[in-house]
Ligand binder design. Sequence first.
Ligand SMILES: Cc1cc2nc3c(=O)[nH]c(=O)nc-3n(C[C@H](O)[C@H](O)[C@H](O)COP(=O)(O)OP(=O)(O)OC[C@H]3O[C@@H](n4cnc5c(N)ncnc54)[C@H](O)[C@@H]3O)c2cc1C
Length: 419
Amino acid sequence: MRAAVIGAGISGLTVARRLKEISSVEVEIYEQNSQVGGKILSHSYEGKIYELGAVVATPDYVLISQLVEELNIKKIMPEETTFINGLGSQVSIVSHIEERFGKAHLLKALAKFWRIIFDCPELLKAGFVGLDHRFFAPMARFAKDEGIEPVTELVRPFLTGCGYGYYEEVPAAYFLKLAPWVLKRGTLDALTLGLTSNWFFVEGGWKVLSDHLATNLKVHFNAHVSKIKRSVHGVTVETSNGEARFDLVILACDPRSYMSFLDYTAEEHALALQVKYIPYLVTLAQVPGGKTTAFIDSTTRMAVGSVNYIVRPHFDSDVCQIYQILPPKIDEDFLRHERVKAAQLCGGGVEKEILKKYWTYFPHVDSNSCFNRFYDRMQNLQGKNRTFYVGGFLSFESLEHAAEFSRGIADNIVSQLEF
Ligand SMILES: Cc1cc2nc3c(=O)[nH]c(=O)nc-3n(C[C@H](O)[C@H](O)[C@H](O)COP(=O)(O)OP(=O)(O)OC[C@H]3O[C@@H](n4cnc5c(N)ncnc54)[C@H](O)[C@@H]3O)c2cc1C
């Protein structure tokens, strides 16, 4: 049995590695770039590593934490994260929310929030199949209906800051996957954005992890897949280097990519068209002076283009990673002006911009698609036409969810082979 995996991001690497671990399936990975990782993109500058893609992990990341331990990679704790409110002042996010809603309301909402999570542990798992429909309402409406606004507002700067879109637009299910990991349980005094307490980066960057996952796997680099043809006899994968035959294909890139080369069916086409993305920009810049790891209150669509998040990963360097969700029409002067403004709010200034990386990020669907059974329909496609699908659009766009989902698909493939 031969399987082709298209894409060597964490999803493709995990599915390939797991298949190799538990079966005799021969796996070959096709990757259009000259390196593995996809949205894991660690960049070396003046002897230090900066992340242009995935940034932080939490100890709640089970598979990722296991790999970090296994590889004995040193964890790096970020500097304390501050919050900059709409008036441009650095404030404690908890006091800010307490002032806005009152302590009693916040405490009540916290209790309700944890009850929701306890009653639905599936929320924390990768994927969205089988979730109660109430989680498909946009987050802003869900929070209001459930009376948990003070809690969801507490994590909003973090979730939007990390590029996961806006509460008014994105279904609650997406935000609820990460919110419990951001908001550590504890007394109100101990409540912090999880980031300040136990989130971590890794020495050498996440690249160390993706390179490790690729060890002993057959990866074709610079192999842009241009066509896939499927029939009852098998699957043909075409790249500029020629074509090869397989028994099945695992699509480990987002639908926008695979629709450009797949001999898609009407159902695949209809579903792929529903997937939305967030245009996201990461700028590496020298920001001398100031205290520069902060979430900024740019959490509604009105603030699109403003800086959401600014991270200084190394205590002994003033180089920062600056994050912006982009408007449909890009105005470079405006975006740069916003970066300068954000640096000033942190008490520093942008001295030099080193590089920029534009992403098509956070593949997701809207509430209507969720209500119209997008995830059940995608699930029904798994295994049909010799094809399986993995990736952020099915799992949720994080390292842990992508890895967990891919592992599950590999197990699923092997269990089908055993029949
Ligand atoms: C700026 C940014 C910050 C992030 N921060 C975090 C974070 O802090 N914590 C966290 O957990 N997650 C974070 N993420 C999300 C995380 O990085 C992703 O969820 C995860 O890496 C997705 O992996 P994937 O394998 O599903 O997709 P990808 O990494 O997108 O992999 C898809 C691969 O397919 C390849 N491909 C596409 N088309 C073709 C083709 N035609 N032929 C061959 N190959 C093809 C691509 O080159 C790519 O390598 C962040 C992402 C970004 C961009």
